[in-house]
Design a protein around this ligand. Sequence first.
Ligand code: SAM
Length: 346
Amino acid sequence: MNTGLLCYCRAGFEPELAGELTDRAAEAGLGAYARTERGSGHVLLLGEDAGAMSRVLPFASLIFARQKLRLLAELPGLDPKDRITPLMEALAGAGRHGELVVETPDTDEAKPLAGLARAFGNALRPALRQRGFLSAQDDARLPRLHVCLLAGDHLLVAQGEANDSSPWPMGVPRLRMLHDAPSRSALKLDEAILTLLDAKERESLLREGMWAADLGAAPGGWSWILARRRIRVYAIDNGPLADTAMATGLIEHHRADGFSWQPPRMLDWMVCDMVEQPRRVAARMAEWFANGWCRRAIFNLKLPMKKRWQETRLCLDLFEQQAGRPLTIRARQLYHDREEITVYAG
Ligand code: SAM
């Protein structure tokens, strides 16, 4: 069976992504199985009805997937002198595409293939245009064509829909580390805001004059990201905050325990990056909502244990049950997340 979904993930998290995809497909009554290798940075979910699999697994709902594509073909054992002819044959009936992305999974083994991916893309683009498989100019209304190089002689061919996939090659957003950011962690909150909120939400939910709490704030990267948006922050941590964070003039540092500190009034935001057991964090986050201490939150759940997909499910269920009111919950393992996921609730 060669029809199904191709999803990318952080290398090492293939079992989590495979578990997420197969559990959810099974719960929707679909026959599907995952094919993957540990460390390969991708998972194939194969089954008879790729359309149904795609519908029950929208990209925005996936936690461990950085990218979600419809698999068109797998081309192993290619002749390196002519990869284009078999690719064209595989595309018969696939229609027209608005963009070509030639990429690799995000793994150390695939890094040497980056040059080949670029060169192959440059050779392939005009050939696709000539055959009518690619529009003359990039066109975001048409599906994107993805060619994923697993090796010099092994390709996966897939399609991404603009409203059901990541817009970035390899599913990796390009974010620049700003030079006076107090920590690399700042990139996590930056990425969370970019990927877990849409453009309208970013504008309406993060406004000057709002109030936030940052639990586990030191050295201050997340507080600094909020302060850059002119949001005032109670930064809770026994550790010191960087001068660049304090220099914003919008951050109030409280040396306190993030599990017992309470805000003086309802806040617009609570963010939390405390390194603690995920169940304990999830329960405390739920308390904040149940007590009406914040309108929205972005928090990280650290997952150093083995059964990380099961733990994720358990923590999110616990959070949802204990939060005491209906919430929109979105979760994702971000590119800048290591053994952890980031959750938005509001
Ligand atoms: N988000 C921060 C940034 O961008 O700079 C980095 C946070 S760091 C990963 C985790 C922080 O959580 C540490 O500074 C640690 O002191 C703090 N922490 C852990 N347990 C805590 C607790 N119970 N109360 C307050 N802070 C806690």
